[in-house]
Design a protein around this ligand. Sequence first.
Ligand code: ASP
Length: 300
Amino acid sequence: MTHTNSPQNSSNPAIIVHGGSWSIPDSLREGHLVGVINAVKIGYQILQQQGSALDAVENAVVCMEDDPIFDAGIGSFLNEEGHVELDALIMDGSRLKSGAIGAVQNCKNPINLARKLLEKKDTMMLVGSGANKFAKAMNLSCDPKSLIIPRELDRWKQGREDIFTPGGTVGAIALDTKGKLAMASSTGGSQYKMVGRLGDTPLIGCGGYASAVAAATTTGHGESFMKITASKMAVDLIEDGFSPQAAAKEVIEKIRSINGYGGIIIIDNFGRIGYSFNTSRMAYALISQDGSLESGIDPK
Ligand code: ASP
């Protein structure tokens, strides 16, 4: 079984975004849903105006980075030393080209920085001091302290004993009117992480992947998604003939089999969308090719 047919509906765009897969408490339920719906609408509007999948996913992710409810951009978890270190990845399926940023400390919207890397350089991944320097060069730098909000400072001060599961990474994948696919994802990583720790999010093939056939992005326990290069696995499954929904289930089943947890969203060049998660909740919103919006947070 191979995915060789040409897209039937490439003129109709589609998009799905997520706002993290973890035990999102009832008190944060509404905020997560509002956040993902706002983001999917921003992305879809760009697609409707013939914008590219890359622009759509970048702007959808910016919308969630700027929303402090999520663990991305402002409001992110602090590392063991009380600093914000952000990771992001954007990938263009038609060019197989990425921009990946790891452990940047001085950039409010690392997804914008990742996009600059994708467009301006042959280099596909920048981390740490190199990423901070690039943020300054691109006029995308800020005071690192401005990324810390009181909620996260309090949580950090409570110390390690209070750590709960990671959550609130954001991601978006889209198909545009030209039939092109892209993915974008951004995170503050896990709470109290080691200085310099990278999870799956900025790693090409792990936290995200896009080809001419499909795009995927993940959220959850990063080290588990890294073990199985989850996003590349998802895209390979689709190239082998799986539907996005079947591929999403397969990847999460594999995650479960290694005692991992989290979620994945997938789209293919037919505009078909799939998602799956094995945590108690994952915030997501999607607009399918018929223009209908669906959002949710609980398992079906
Ligand atoms: N996967 C992210 C990481 O490990 C965290 C998350 O998705 O919530 O950095």
